[in-house]
Design a protein around this ligand. Structure first.
Ligand code: ARG
Length: 583
């Protein structure tokens, strides 16, 4: 960590490490606790009247043959308090009260001088982290799962970049497979070029649904299954796999039309990719993988298909179907190896829904059997399902979220709120776009990713509650205060450490650890929750003190407000959310 508040007394240590050191030196030799154990035991008290850090002494009772209360008293007695405001024994706890004014000054000075690079780390040493993200299937609607993947991964990319890595955003498009053979057959039979051009995904989906329905038939109503169509689709896909120019031309048209639609969504969401290499990209790279599997003795014929056994009690990985067509996992094997060779990743993240966890387990296991130790650096960053009105999304039941109109509605609703609150605002449309899109992203990201959530547009765009607009509004409010002050440099000696200000200082100080934890746990919600807390705490402060009042504390209050604004803005940036200067 590179910020001075953590360095003020013992160089290179943060407050907690410093307290660990102090406790260690205050303990008798036979206490039997090492630094790590002490560090794990240290707590952050719930209320600040119990100090900033607390060490419970229960664990020492046995080795020291004394009551925890007595041990706490002895430790507190031994510690030189000049490093702290005070150190007190409260029952079985030793409570450490940081020197507030020293800490506050150091933290605020650091934030103001580093700006949004406060909390940047060199941990990643510039190594690549690949993020498999978004990855919609062409000729199908861009689903809410793809939205979650896009938003979570985009945020992780920013977070990892802040940790010193180089993020590589890869859109592993679902653009290959037998379904595109079927689609081509359906198009030849029933398709209408103009209709597809006008509404590509709607039309292609209709064709796909129709051919599948005909293949299945409806024996109950006397409609026989149509196996010929299925065979035709399979034959068409084989042609694609073999590089037949005609078969590829029509596939490429479906792909281009679909991508143009997806691109509109990405533009609205303000998300870009470094690579659009989808499944089709690996078509000519799978033979090499199959050969390698063969050489390593891993391929087994089973009922005409080709599989890799993964051990007892586990389902084998199906690598090739009996007709020779390759599968989703075959392409993922080729992609994983390609990414390692191309990017030499430190980590390879797959931001994909929970329902594919079996697939990613298999993928990793096959790679390990192939002898690739780097398979351990692959992480399935999974996430939960989104519901609407508490019910599962289902096209059939009509419970659907159409992404593009939903984004547009979020923007409109934001505009309506701005019109009500601040009708004079310049560039209203642009701000509404930042607020509406930010609202959808933020709502997704504040949820622990493994949990799902109910898609509630009204709650998302609300300026109240734990929402993106609430955080954005807190930022804009501070900017407006700072503008009113007429100053542009806010660095100042910080003299007013009242309890509300101290809460803010502690939050600011924790920001680097917040970012590090979000990265470690692949959990943008850590940053989102922090942003909410910082905004809420600032609003309390704002209600309690008159920031712009002309008195001796003015400069400190402006310095603090400016530091809070910087970190709010940076937190939102890490979530892929913009911070309008005015709202
Ligand atoms: N296209 C897939 C789907 O929509 C997601 C792909 C995820 N990435 C991967 N490398 N398998 O379900």
């Amino acid at each position: 960590m590179r910020f001075a508040a953590f360095f003020d007394i013992i160089e290179g240590m943060n407050d907690k490490e410093r307290v660990v050191e102090i406790i260690l030196s205050a303990l008798p030799d036979d206490a039997g606790l090492d630094a790590q154990t002490i560090s794990d035991l240290i707590e952050t008290p719930k209320t600040s009247d119990l100090g900033d850090l607390a060490f419970p002494c229960f664990a020492l009772a046995k080795s020291l043959h004394k009551a925890p209360q007595a041990i706490a008293a002895e430790i507190a007695e031994k510690i030189e308090t000049d490093r702290f405001e005070k150190v007190l024994a409260t029952g079985p706890y030793v409570n450490f009260f940081l020197d507030k004014s020293k800490t506050a000054n150091a933290v605020i000075a650091d934030v103001l001088s580093a700006g949004t690079s406060f909390g940047d780390s060199a941990d990643g040493a510039g190594r690549n982290v690949t993020l498999d993200m978004s990855s919609p299937n062409i000729a199908k609607p861009f689903g809410i799962g793809h939205l979650r993947s896009t938003v979570i991964a985009d945020s992780l990319a920013y977070i990892y970049q802040k940790m010193g890595y180089n993020p590589v955003r890869i859109n592993h498009l679902g653009d290959w497979g037998k379904q595109f053979g079927l689609l081509a057959v359906a198009y030849e039979k029933w398709g209408d070029e103009a209709a597809v051009k006008a509404h590509p995904i709607d039309e292609l989906l209709k064709l796909y649904v129709r051919i599948n329905a005909e293949i299945k038939g409806d024996p109950k109503h006397g409609i026989a299954p149509n196996k010929e169509l299925d065979d035709a689709g399979r034959a068409q896909f084989l042609k694609m796999e073999q590089g037949d120019p005609g078969a590829l031309a029509i596939w490429k048209w479906f792909r281009d039309e679909s991508l143009a639609e997806f691109q509109r969504i990405y533009d609205k969401m303000n998300v870009r990719f470094d690579s659009m290499n989808g499944e089709a990209f690996y078509n000519d790279k799978m033979d090499a993988v199959l050969e390698e599997l063969e050489e390593k003795g891993l391929l087994i014929e089973s009922q005409g298909a080709t599989i890799v056994e993964l051990g007892e009690g586990k389902n084998p990985a199906l690598i090739k179907k009996s007709d020779g067509a390759t599968l989703y996992i075959t392409r993922d094997l080729a992609a994983a190896i390609y990414r390692k060779t191309t990017y030499d990743f430190a980590k390879s993240l797959y931001v994909v829904g929970n329902e594919q966890s079996e697939h990613f387990k298999q993928l990793k296991e096959v790679l390990k059997l192939m002898g690739y130790a780097w398979a351990d650096d692959m992480v399935h960053v999974s996430f939960g399902l989104v519901t609407k009105n508490g019910k599962k999304l289902s096209t059939r039941a009509g419970n659907v979220i159409l992404l593009e109109p939903t984004i547009d509605e979020a923007i409109e609703r934001s505009l309506a709120q701005i019109n009500a609150k601040n009708p004079e605002l310049a560039a209203k449309e642009q701000v509404a776009q930042q607020v509406g899109v930010g609202a959808i992203k933020f709502y997704d990201l504040k949820t622990d990713r493994k949990n799902g959530y109910d898609f509630d547009l009204e709650a998302m765009v609300s300026f109240e509650g734990e929402t993106g607009p609430y955080v954005q509004y807190a930022y804009a409010r501070i900017q407006s205060i700072l503008r009113k002050s007429g100053k542009s440099d806010f660095s100042a000696n910080f003299v007013e450490v009242d309890p509300e200000a101290w809460e803010l200082v502690k939050l600011l100080q924790s920001f680097p650890e917040v970012v590090a934890r979000a990265a470690r746990e692949f959990e943008p919600s850590v940053v989102a929750k922090f942003a909410i807390l910082l905004a809420q705490t600032f609003n309390k402060y704002y209600a309690h003190v008159r920031i712009l009042e002309e008195n001796a504390g003015l400069a400190s209050r402006l310095a603090l407000a400016s530091a809070v604004a910087t970190i709010l803005k940076e937190s939102l940036r890490l979530l892929g959310v913009e911070s309008p200067e005015e709202m």
